[in-house]
Design a protein around this ligand. Structure first.
Ligand code: AMP
Length: 306
């Protein structure tokens, strides 16, 4: 039995940032997520790739207890995404999305993934996200991410699946687009009125805003000198967040806040190199050291009112 199930894309990305350009590098929401989450728990991936996908390039994940039995190899080409960033690295501009094998994909959750405790519906067609919820038994929490492509192309299907999840993890612009509210507080409340009990808003270099029925929590992003490529930062955040939750086994308010910090620590590594490269070679000591440095940035003594 696996603890954490993810459905999403495995992709070849072509990316341009002010600091360089790469073509057909490994990417996809499920891959960035798993690369991060697998430091904390065992993960099972449900995804599809085309015959052009080099499975050997992700074989290193097996050493981190990732189960790949749910990856289907279909006729056709792997999903491809082309994006570009200007000096404002918070804003990805999609140049091209080629759905390819995603278009006819029907995700089948392998029998021994169906009782996973935690489910992450990474960025993929909301119809496929719903189809995965139909197949899992009694997860402790189902968490969903999405992006503007699906908000614009499958808005009603997306609202339908959001109603069925526990936590929505989404970026700031997308929360505004879905909820049609400028205020994050109003937007999150609107989403929570439809079903989820918690909304986690990713704000790029400005950190994370979280709201649940009890409280609001804010975390900054770790201040890096150099950000090289932000692609996958959101999924890497979600991987640290969900990996930590699966490792703890609950979604209590204290766990959620710690999970946000762990997600932020993991995302800070992802942006230091293109593709999955930085996190592929990461080790636990580096995670611990970055966590300590992060904690020092946000700790302060109680203010005295004299
Ligand atoms: P993010 O964490 O938001 O930067 O996610 C980046 C990853 O999402 C890239 O590696 C892309 O391959 C993948 N991606 C881009 N567009 C889509 C889409 N419409 N559906 C699913 N995955 C996508």
């Amino acid at each position: 039995m696996i603890k954490l199930l993810v459905v999403g894309t495995l992709a070849y990305d072509s990316i341009e940032t002010p600091f360089g350009k790469v073509k057909d590098v490994l990417g996809g929401s499920a891959l960035h997520f798993t690369n991060s989450a697998s430091f904390f728990t065992d993960v099972g991936i449900v995804a599809t790739v085309g015959k052009d996908f080099e499975m050997s390039e992700i074989a290193f994940l097996k050493e981190r207890n990732v189960d790949m039995a749910g990856i289907e190899i279909d006729e056709g080409k792997t999903f491809r995404w082309e994006g570009k960033y200007g000096y404002d690295l918070n804003q990805a501009v999609t140049l091209k999305t080629e759905l390819n094998v995603i278009e006819s994909f029907e995700p089948k959750v392998p029998e021994d993934y169906r009782d996973a405790d935690f489910v992450f519906l990474a960025n993929i067609d909301p119809v496929l996200q719903a189809y995965v919820i139909d197949q899992v038994k009694f997860p402790k929490a189902v968490v969903l991410d999405t992006m503007n492509f699906w908000i614009e192309n499958k808005y009603n299907e997306l609202l339908d699946v959001i109603r069925r999840v526990d936590i929505l993890v989404i970026n700031e612009a997308e929360l505004r687009e879905i909820s049609k509210e400028h205020s994050l507080v109003k937007g999150a409340k609107k989403i929570m009125a439809s079903g989820p009990t918690c909304v986690v808003v990713k704000r790029g270099e400005y950190g994370v805003f979280m709201m649940n029925r009890e409280e609001i929590f804010l975390a900054p992003a770790y201040p890096l000198e150099d950000v090289f490529d932000p692609t996958g930062a959101g999924d890497t955040f979600a991987g640290g967040f969900m990996g930590y939750i699966a490792n703890m086994g609950d979604t209590l308010p204290a766990t959620l806040k710690q999970a946000i910090i762990m997600g932020s620590v993991m995302a800070s590594f992802n942006v230091e190199d293109f593709s999955i490269n930085r996190i592929k070679t990461l080790d636990y000591q580096e995670i611990r050291d970055r966590y300590s440095a992060f904690k020092r940035c946000i700790q302060f003594g109680d203010i005295e009112f004299k």
